[in-house]
Design a protein around this ligand. Structure first.
Ligand code: TXA
Ligand code: MG
Length: 317
């Protein structure tokens, strides 16, 4: 156990965070999607500590965060299609799975020994400043214990990981609120490996083709896509139009609940609120409690919201 510092997102705080990272420590930082648990992607021991802090299985690889497309090209091999997508959407809530560049210097633990690597250029100004100050690739899974709800505020990070990491940079609430969309571009046809903060429709428009879901024949599905994930303590029921006795109902649009994802039925607002509301509803429901969620349309950010809700509701191992 160590004492976890909360650092303000000022120049001094960012510098302190970069220095901790340089000495191999773990620092959680805000991105536009969720908070990441950052560590030097080139140091085996640091990366091993990320897995240990999260209680994450070693076969589930991490996303490498870099400040620019040029930096991404030093760890992954981009073809014209990958470069076009990156140019259109980076910085932003998109992760690309690409062939790993040999000699990139990444710890093999980052990629769980896969020949591919997941890379992303985040848009959050604090994440960008941190990457610039650190000057290298940061491995950063979401900053929550494995299988639990992802963090969209510094307080969420501390609730799950205090004592396990050196510091959290406090950048306030994350604007997007769900993790990045993961696009596999390591095979002939693009694959959606995880719906996320960049709507599928935008990617399909940019690529000029439909994108299939799931792993390609040559590759397993994103190994982190275990059925039960984002699990609160309470039991979760989906597609609820009214609360059953004892349930906390989280509404959307016309379905009014004890809490609401968005009274206006706005999917952007709902995504930004999702993980915080899941925690709030969990606290309200109490031990052994039950939470119900109103239906959310399966379009735009609704795909990512429903994906996370289905995992929250999945039977626990
Ligand atoms: O928005 C996000 O993506 C956040 C922020 C912090 O950037 N990060 C995040 O990381 O969600 P994490 O570790 O919770 O999710 C990473 C996902 C996992 O499902 C993992 O299996 C998948 O990316 N992944 C990583 N490398 C992969 C690879 N080479 N092939 C397929 N999937 C990969
Ligand atoms: Mg995660």
């Amino acid at each position: 156990m160590e004492e976890t510092k909360t650092l303000a997102a000022t120049d001094a705080g960012i510098l302190q965070a970069a220095n901790l990272l340089r000495s191999g420590r773990l620092v959680a930082f805000p991105t536009e999607t969720v908070y990441g648990l950052g560590g030097d992607a080139r140091q085996d021991e640091t990366v091993a500590r990320i897995f240990a802090a999260k209680g994450r299985p070693r076969f589930n690889p991490l996303i490498v965060h870099v400040p620019s497309l040029a930096a991404a090209e030093r760890v992954a091999v981009f073809d014209a299609r990958a470069r076009a997508v990156a140019t259109a959407f980076w910085p932003g809530p998109l992760t690309l799975v690409l062939p790993q560049r040999s000699g990139a210097g990444l710890s093999p633990l980052v990629t769980a020994d896969l020949p591919t690597v997941a890379v992303r250029v985040p848009a959050h100004p604090v994440a960008r400043a941190l990457l610039e100050a650190f000057g290298g690739p940061l491995a950063a899974p979401s900053a929550n214990p494995s299988g639990r709800v992802s963090p969209t505020r510094a307080a969420h990070v501390l609730a799950g990981l205090a004592g396990q990491i050196a510091a959290v940079l406090d950048g306030g609430a994350c604007a997007v609120g769900v993790e990045s969309t993961i696009l596999g571009l390591d095979g002939d046809s693009p694959r959606l490996l995880r719906p996320g903060g960049l709507p599928l429709e935008a990617l399909e428009a940019a690529l000029g083709q439909q994108i299939a879901s799931g792993g390609s024949a040559a590759k397993p599905n994103a190994p982190g896509q275990l059925a039960s994930h984002y699990a609160p303590a309470a039991v979760v029921r989906l597609n609820a139009h009214a609360a059953e006795t004892g349930e906390i109902l989280v509404g959307f649009g016309p379905v009014r609940g004890d809490l609401t994802l968005s009274a206006a039925g706005d999917l952007v607002e709902a995504a930004a609120a999702l993980f915080h509301l899941l925690r709030e509803a969990d606290a309200l429901a109490g031990p052994g409690g039950r939470i119900a969620f109103a239906p959310v349309p399966e379009t735009g950010l609704g795909r990512a919201i429903n994906d996370r809700l289905r995992r929250a509701a999945a039977p626990r191992p």
